[in-house]
Every structure is written in structure tokens, then in C-alpha cells.
Write a protein that binds this ligand. Structure first.
Ligand code: SAH
Length: 244
């Protein structure tokens, strides 16, 4: 039998033990926030899909590493945000494949201070990449709901992008001329207003081709009254639609 004293000591020890376990449970770090999971996926996306395929511009790689792509996709596809393909964003439209966004951004050769126009805001992801590289980014989206949603997402994440709901075939005359124009939907010919709104030496990055068929991604550089056109590669974009 325990003496009364021994019993008291035992009870006291038990209490100390319970308190210790409780304190440990409280100080144990909380489960990693989701951002950690995405950081690893984003690193892999940049290394395996973008850098390994030949995009070498350090600023473009930095931008791809910093923009949280999972914030621009629909909640139901968040686990696929960093995969090597486009994803649906509603209204029959898609957020482009990460590699294509990076290639187009690299081709645009953006320096800080440049004024850049995007046609086809969609999710706002490409616009966010551009906003990492310069302070003046304008983007036109023809579907009002997508324009509104992208504007909210960009604002919430602190990207400095001016979004307008309109038909981007006509560019955005008010802020022209631009150092670079990126078109992320495919017309079947190069819209003349976009060439007109380029600065001398300005770059137009644009997929051109038939609706639903393969298109060619072009870089068109304005030189005086002429343009220099480079055929970059075959691509598949949603069509540029006309409406307004
Ligand atoms: N850059 C986008 C890709 C979106 S897909 C992103 O990063 O998510 C192309 C977008 O172009 C679609 O949202 C589509 O609605 C839009 N679009 C199609 N025709 C257009 C036009 N004439 N003017 C402006 N946007 C257009």
C-alpha cells in the first residue's frame, strides 16, 4: 500500500504530466498552410515546364515563380493549377498553359516603364505576370463576367492592371502607343488597329489562325511603316470573338 504522502506525490506528478502534454499540444506548429503545398508545385512548374523548355529570361522565371496561379483558376480545379495544360475558367474560356504564358511574356521583352496591352484578360493570370515586369498594364476582355472577376482577383492580390470590358479587336486607343501588345485569343488575321497602336520597335505577340484549328504564334515588330514578322510556333488558343 502507498502511504498517503506517496499517493499525493503520485497525483502531483500525474498532474504535471497532464499539464506538460497539454502545453506540448498547444505549441505544436499548426498544419502547413496551403501556400506551402503550392510553392513546391510552382517551383516544379517553373523548372520542368518553363525553364527546361527554353525560357531563360530570369525576370520571366521570377514572375512565374511569384504569381500564385492557383488564385486564378476555378476552386474546383485548384489542385490542377500548376499542371502542364490550360484549364477551364467558365464561359467556354480557358487560362492558358503555364509554358505558353511564359513564352509569350519572354517574347514581349518587357522592361520596367513599358506600357503593355493584353487582349483577352480571361482569368487575369497573364496580366499578373505582365504586372510583375512593368507598372503600366492594360487588359481588355470581351466577356463582362470574366472582366469583372479578373479585375477583382488582380486587385485582391495587389496587381496594378487596368481592365476594360470591350472588344479588343480595336485595341485600346486611349492609352496607345504600346511597347508591347499580347493577344491571348486567336483572330483569323492580324487586327490593323493593334499594329497602329504599337510604338516604333514595339512587339505584338499574337496567335493567328482559323477558329478551332491550329494557329501560328507570331511576334510582329514595328519598324517604321513596315513590320517584321517571326513565326514562333504552332499553338491552340480560343478564338477572338467579335461582338460589341
Ligand atoms: N490571358 C488569359 C487567357 C484567357 S483565354 C489568362 O491568362 O487567363 C482568352 C480570352 O480572350 C477569353 O477570356 C475570351 O473571352 C477573350 N476574348 C475573346 N475575344 C475577345 C475580344 N475580341 N476582345 C477581348 N477579349 C476577347
Amino acid at each position: 500500500m502507498f502511504s498517503r504522502k506517496a499517493l499525493l506525490i503520485l497525483i502531483a506528478l500525474a498532474l504535471v504530466l497532464v499539464a506538460l502534454v497539454g502545453a506540448l499540444a498547444l505549441t505544436r506548429p499548426a498544419a502547413s498552410p496551403p501556400i506551402e503545398r503550392f510553392t513546391t508545385q510552382r517551383e516544379e512548374m517553373v523548372a520542368d515546364q518553363i525553364h527546361a523548355r527554353g525560357v531563360n529570361d530570369a525576370q520571366v522565371l521570377d514572375a512565374a515563380m511569384s504569381v500564385p496561379r492557383h488564385e486564378f483558376v476555378l476552386p474546383e480545379t485548384i489542385d490542377e493549377a500548376y499542371e502542364d495544360h490550360p484549364l477551364p475558367i467558365g464561359y467556354g474560356q480557358t487560362i492558358s498553359q503555364p509554358y505558353i504564358v511564359a513564352v509569350m511574356t519572354e517574347l514581349a521583352q518587357i522592361k520596367r516603364g513599358d506600357r503593355v496591352l493584353e487582349i483577352g484578360t480571361g482569368s487575369g493570370y497573364q496580366a499578373a505576370m505582365l504586372a510583375r515586369l512593368t507598372d503600366e498594364v492594360y487588359s481588355v476582355e470581351i466577356i463582362p463576367e470574366l472582366a469583372a472577376r479578373a479585375e477583382m482577383t488582380l486587385k485582391r492580390l495587389g496587381y496594378n492592371v487596368v481592365v476594360k470590358n470591350d472588344d479588343g479587336y480595336n485595341g485600346w486607343q486611349e492609352h496607345a502607343p504600346y511597347d508591347a501588345i499580347l493577344v491571348t485569343c486567336a483572330p483569323d488575321h492580324v487586327p490593323p488597329p493593334l499594329i497602329a497602336q504599337l510604338k516604333e520597335g514595339g512587339r505584338l505577340i499574337i496567335p493567328v489562325g482559323p477558329t478551332g484549328g491550329y494557329q501560328t504564334l507570331w511576334r510582329i515588330i514595328k519598324r517604321g511603316d513596315k513590320v517584321i514578322s517571326e513565326n514562333i510556333m504552332g499553338v491552340l488558343f480560343v478564338p477572338l470573338t467579335r461582338g460589341k
